[in-house]
Ligand binder design. Structure first.
Ligand code: AHR
Length: 782
């Protein structure tokens, strides 16, 4: 019999190749009600009667509130503004009990699904009130469910003060379930109230104004090395005036007591209370032992092209400098003393600061460089982070990197949401990134779904990140989603008003963070095969489409091998005629498509009113697309493979508004180049997915002295290797294995741990290791 020839996976614990530092972390943005109605523990929705249509067309000042009139009792409720609690909190509720009896007043419905109570648990009720009648009478506070069942103890207070006064009371739940918060009185009186609040007492670590403990625990359990906040587009989308309700995220507005924080429109279509503000973010990071990584604006909004005047950049410089002082300054400094007054005299030890989130274009980079330089001069120790826009490649992406290199930033924040195919084709993306100069910070990424297969491919991609010296930080996005308020999918963690679960991708992120290690060490595998699929195909139909209005003319498609040609004089594309098919199906792999186009209506950068040239069209699920003049005047080339989307590259294109513009696309198999008015604007390489024999890495962890090995097998067959671990490691081995699931398996509220790693222990290092088909394995060798 022939001796079995196994590939040898060698690990060299004494040969470090990369310091892993704070590699794997979290990205928090308040979208999907991640903060309000999510991580932030407040249970009352619209506690300060500040909800308005500007936040969401359905909102009004009494949103989530209802009048209560029991039996013969009667009440009138009005939202007023004449004697506000403070200048930032203009609206308050006047409750007039016009006829006493069984109790009338108001109730708050909480966020979707109601206020969830757990029997036996204590809750903190608070509100600001002032009496308006000569004598205050008891106001009863209790929670009741939709069937009129009492769900809590009842407490009461008498509005005795004429000036705004805060009252704080403890309530205990007597039932488990969803309820509404009632404030009712049995006697005739008038009083006003504001900032009506209910918090569970068992917030995460019992913090006042704290976090919902089950969600916070999910984050803590991951053991992230950093947390990026507060966004996302949330950072830059909005007006540049900090006083505006629709302003960009301005961290100074989030400080002080919660009733002093102004109402804010959240760009994701709701109201942001700012109850979870910068102080709370910093404290939470400290509580879960992670590095805070805030992102600030540089006075530029890429959605509406609003720009701070270049001679008024001091405000934006101060936004950065003051933030660093707030986090790290002594209590004798202006902003350090604000931090101390809020309860944290010790510095937060801020190390990272991002300037900008996905902004593109010269207007941004001019401003970015001004802020960057000022911060670098004053705080050279802070690791500054630039941004390369929302694409993975192309002119737009390169401008971000060029600017960061010029400014000597520490990191460049790359964002992309790509298909599993793209990830499989780009597993070695970061190998070519230099170790010196700015490092990549993959600040937002996900493979566009949250099934087991997505988790597997992301795991393999993370192995690549771990091994690449040119990549320093990475975080999946988005992090949290309230299932009743979905803005964006996929997300890492789902919750409703009382349940929470992590997707299979969460399980992978958690494995990688729990077992990151401090130093990546040398590994190699002899005898490993790469299973490549090189069957690249750009043949197919050619069609134009738009969600706007364009004139298209002089369309010409030329076969670059034979000179064969298809021509079309032109057509109008508009709301009535949104698509034009120029060729149903072409077998060509090398061709040029040229045409002229002119935009017929003003461009709207926010809505991305774009022209699409779809080529290599097979069906709705499989085609390439040249998106012309999309978001923020940026064009891009994208691919759809079996319904899975990838962005291949982005570049700037002049506006064709009112002027005829010449476009040309050259496809040469995998190499695609786009020209506008004869000038090359972008080239992309359309790579095919490749599945390698095994994706593997190893690291050492200083505190435990453990050697950690990670392996991802994407093949449908098991992979057995002989382990060769250099040195004298002889301890027991803890193994976590994620295996045995179908590609489409997901976790759900009902089956929240369907996809979960299995943990087992071996007494000694095995000589051979079999990695199960389509699996992720972590070995911790003690
Ligand atoms: O993660 C969701 C959004 O995606 C972020 O707000 C933005 O930065 C990106 O486009």
């Amino acid at each position: 019999m022939m001796k079995e020839e196994l590939p040898v996976l060698s690990v060299y614990p004494d040969k470090p190749v990369k310091e892993l530092g704070d590699l794997f972390g979290l990205f928090f943005e308040d979208l999907n009600h991640a903060a309000d109605g999510g991580l932030y523990g407040e249970l009352v929705q619209n506690r300060s009667f500040e909800f308005e249509k500007v936040d969401n067309p359905e909102y009004h000042a009494l949103y989530a509130w209802e009048k209560v009139e029991r039996g013969d009792s009667a009440a009138q409720i009005h939202v007023e503004t004449s004697q506000p609690l403070n200048r930032n909190n203009q609206h308050y509720l006047t409750v007039e009990i016009t006829r006493g009896g069984e109790g009338s007043g108001v109730k708050n419905l909480g966020y979707a699904g109601g206020i969830w109570l757990e029997k036996g648990k204590d809750y903190k009720f608070s509100c600001w009130y002032a009496k308006l009648s000569a004598e205050g009478k008891p106001v009863r506070i209790l929670l009741e469910d939709g069937n009129g069942e009492i769900c809590s103890t009842e407490v009461s207070f008498i509005p005795e003060e004429q000036e705004w006064t805060e009252i704080v009371l403890d309530i205990t739940a007597v039932r488990t379930g969803a309820a509404s918060l009632y404030l009712v009185s049995d006697e005739v009186q008038i009083f006003k109230m504001d900032m009506v609040s209910l918090f569970p007492k068992d917030t995460f670590l019992g913090r006042a104004n704290g976090m919902r403990s089950d969600i916070a625990q999910m984050l803590a359990d991951m053991k992230p090395k950093f947390m990026r906040f507060p966004g996302g587009c949330l950072v830059h989308c909005g007006s540049l005036n900090a006083e505006d309700r629709v302003s960009q995220y301005r961290w100074k507005n989030t400080l002080g007591t919660v009733e002093q924080r102004p109402a804010k429109r959240n760009l994701w279509g709701y109201n942001q209370t700012l109850g979870l503000g910068y102080y709370e973010f910093f404290c939470f990071c400290e509580d879960i032992h992670t590095q805070p990584l805030p992102i600030i604006s540089a006075g530029w909004d890429p959605h509406t092209l609003r720009a701070a005047p270049l001679d008024q950049m001091q405000e934006w410089i101060d936004e950065a400098l003051d933030l660093i002082e707030f986090a790290n300054g002594g209590t004798d400094t202006k902003w350090g003393s604000v931090r101390a007054e809020m309860g944290h005299p010790e510095p937060f030890d801020l190390k990272y600061l991002g300037i900008g989130n996905e902004e593109v274009g010269d207007s941004f980079f001019e401003r970015f460089e001004i802020v960057h330089q000022a911060v670098k001069e004053r705080y050279p120790e802070i690791r500054l982070i630039g941004t390369s826009g929302p694409g993975c490649d192309g002119e737009v992406f390169r401008q971000g990197w060029d600017s960061a290199r010029k400014m000597e930033s520490s990191y460049v924040d790359e964002h992309y949401y790509q298909s599993t195919d793209w990830m499989l084709a780009n597993m070695h993306r970061y190998e070519s990134y230099p170790a010196d100069g700015p490092k990549a910070f993959l600040g937002e990424y996900a493979s566009r779904d949250e099934k087991y297969y997505n988790a597997l491919v992301e795991a393999a991609f993370m192995i690549g990140m771990e091994k690449a010296p040119g990549l320093g930080l990475a975080c999946y996005a988005p992090l949290l989603c309230n299932s009743e308020y979905i803005n964006w999918k996929p997300d890492l963690i789902w919750f409703d008003n009382h349940r929470v679960y992590g997707t299979p991708c969460y399980q992978v992120q958690k494995l990688f963070m729990n077992h990151q290690g401090d130093y990546e060490v040398l590994t190699n595998m002899e005898g490993a095969a790469v299973l490549a699929d090189t069957n690249l195909d750009v043949s197919g139909g050619i069609r134009f489409g738009t969600n706007s209005s364009f004139s298209v003319s002089a369309v010409k498609i030329v076969n670059r091998d034979t000179g064969e040609c298809i021509c079309c004089d032109g057509f109008e594309l508009n709301a009535e005629h949104q698509e034009a098919i120029v060729a149903e199906s072409l077998p060509w792999q090398r061709y040029t498509i040229s045409f002229r186009a002119k935009r017929r209506c003003a461009s709207n950068t926010e809505k991305a009113l774009q022209l699409n040239l779809k080529f290599g069209w097979k069906d709705e699920q499989n085609y390439l697309n040249w998106i012309i003049e999309g978001w923020s005047q940026v064009s891009s080339i994208t691919a759809m493979q079996e319904g899975r989307f990838s962005d291949l590259g982005m570049y700037y294109a002049p506006s064709s508004s009112g002027q005829e513009t010449e476009y040309r696309l050259e496809a040469d198999g995998s190499y695609i180049e786009a020209f506008v008015n004869g000038v090359s604007h972008g080239e992309v390489v359309y790579k095919m997915p490749v599945v390698e024999q095994l994706y593997y890495s190893a690291s050492t962890e200083s505190e435990s002295s453990d050697l950690i090995m990670k392996a991802v097998n994407l093949q449908t067959d098991p992979v057995t290797v002989r382990l060769n671990i250099e040195g004298n490691k002889t301890g027991s081995v803890d193994i976590w294995e994620l295996a045995g699931y179908e590609h489409d398996d997901v976790n759900t509220f009902d089956l929240c741990e369907k996809v979960l790693p299995r943990h087992y222990t071996l007494d000694a290092i095995p000589q051979k290791m079999t990695f199960a088909p389509e699996s992720v394995t972590m070995l911790r060798i003690h």
